[in-house]
Design a protein. Sequence first.
Length: 222
Amino acid sequence: MKHKTKNGYEGLLIVIEGTDGSGKSTQLELLKRSIQDKSYGVMVSEWKTSRLIANVIDDAKERNLLNATTYSLLYAADFADRLENQIIPALKSGFIVLLDRYFYTALARDVVRGQNIEWVKNLYEYAPEPDLVFYLDMPVDILLKRIIGTTGLDFYESGRDVGFSTDFYNSFEIYQNKCLEQYNSMKSEYNFISIDGTKSIQDIHKIMNDEVQKLLDSGILA
């Protein structure tokens, strides 16, 4: 049987991408509620939440044990576990699966940390193609203000492990700008629906909800 979804299974795979502080979690929750209100089954999976690997990553970060390669491989293992045990089973059951980040995050971060992009792509070559990818495009200066006002600057999210700068703020700006460059290079290759992350929460939600509704109206899950 030939499936109409891009991912090859019965359900829809929808991704929200962007850097930390771009508003992904807020939009994921709004989209989840909106889809549930339409009486569709929804499953959500977030980056680095594997029951097998997430604690290992956190422990390695706390003890500063991650070099560029172990960083890549541990996150790839987290992704593989969630894909096999959460994402694909939900897709096979016809759920709409919402993801806070996909392997595009790994591509951006790993390449900035010096990994060969083809090597990283090979780590994730088995990943199904999403049916929609929303990318929240946010300027670094606004990201910095948001993160300082909420979680604070993180050692790895500031790129301090890469050695761009010993100053947290300067390192954050350099690292995040390089990540944004990688995201921009992926937009056309992976069909990102790029959204201005400085728009209001409701305006962003409307754009996402309208795109999802178009897909549902096409009868893709009928």
